[in-house]
Write a protein that binds this ligand. Structure first.
Ligand code: ATP
Length: 300
């Protein structure tokens, strides 16, 4: 009679001790001073259709290893600009600088003509919707995972982003629809579905700037086509920056920047860059050959 209650008490004690250790870690984290803080006179960014500008931006994570060496480009209001380049060229770094996770070493980044260092970080980040390479999905329902982008969103808002992210048919095919749980880190979803959930979540935030940091994982052609349509619809009405790995997703971009060794070595539209027969054309031909090889492998 006494064994079971004592065993249970032991279990409760171990649970409480584990939770206290986690709470300690949480307080340690909260006590840390952020590396970047708002300027005393920081202003609130308020802009519905902003332009972005990188002006002679230099950046290094560590001394003597420059990643960006004087980068300058514009994203006009409502335009879609894509950045391509080999792995490690610094594409995701651009996005982190725009979000002000790090400060530039030289040069400046402006939104709507305002230096991002003069803005409150909250208003800066409130203006940017981001679709990261590795989306963090919580082990809860699809609805909760999407609503994370804006907890106050209405059902109409949710339906509208499901449509833009090309998720409607997928959700309809699930017995529990939006109440389906996605599993630990979204394990029950395919790579392409996860990315479209990330697009829906980012769109729900309603920010005027959208950044898509495309995942590197290879997708089958149906998933790729679904992402392509989702990216295309999601970018409409936003000032967008697309960090692209699959060039097929950015053929419609207003401008493509080719990043190499920390600088922009080529820029133009997909057609003009192909005509130029330079770095972009080589990247394009390599990717076309790779996807043809994959199709051949599947059919033989
Ligand atoms: P990929 O196409 O593989 O995603 P990328 O072009 O996005 O690559 P970045 O992630 O911007 O490349 O990284 C640029 C360089 O900076 C890489 O050499 C990387 O190792 C380095 N780097 C990235 N993050 C850090 C960091 N936190 N500390 C130090 N170096 C870093």
């Amino acid at each position: 009679q006494i064994f079971m209650p004592l065993n249970f008490l032991g279990f409760v004690y171990r649970e409480i001790r584990g939770s206290l250790a986690n709470i300690d870690k949480l307080f340690d984290l909260l006590a840390q001073t952020p590396a970047i803080s708002d300027d005393e006179n920081a202003i609130e960014l308020k802009c519905a259709n902003p332009a972005l500008r990188f002006n002679d931006v230099h950046f290094a994570y560590t001394e003597n290893r420059p990643i960006l060496k004087g980068l300058s480009f514009d994203v006009p209001p409502g335009a879609k600009v894509a950045v391509v380049g080999e792995s490690g060229a610094g594409k995701s770094t651009l996005m982190k600088l725009l979000f002000r996770f790090y400060e530039t070493n030289k040069g400046k980044i402006t939104i709507d003509g305002k230096d991002i260092t003069s803005l409150t970080q909250q208003s800066l980040r409130g203006h940017i919707g981001i679709v990261p390479q590795d989306t963090v999905l919580f082990n809860t329902t699809l609805l909760e995972n999407i609503r994370y982008g804006n907890p106050d969103a209405t059902d109409d808002d949710i339906n509208s982003v499901l449509k833009l992210a090309h998720l409607q048919a997928f959700v309809e095919s699930l017995p529990e629809k939006l109440d389906t749980t996605v599993g630990e880190r979204g394990l029950k979803l395919s790579g392409g579905e996860k990315q479209r959930v990330a697009i829906a979540r980012a769109l729900l935030k309603g920010a005027p700037i959208m950044i898509f940091d495309e995942a590197t994982s290879s997708l089958d052609s149906t998933s790729e086509q679904a992402i392509l349509s989702a990216l295309c619809d999601a970018a409409k009405g936003h000032t967008s920056l697309v960090i692209a790995h699959r060039l097929s997703t950015i053929v419609d971009a207003d401008k493509i920047l080719v990043l190499k060794n920390g600088t922009i070595v080529e820029e133009g539209t997909h057609t003009s860059l192909l005509e130029r027969q330079g770095e972009y054309a080589t990247l394009w031909q390599t990717q076309q050959r790779d996807s043809e090889d994959k199709v051949n492998e599947r059919t033989t």
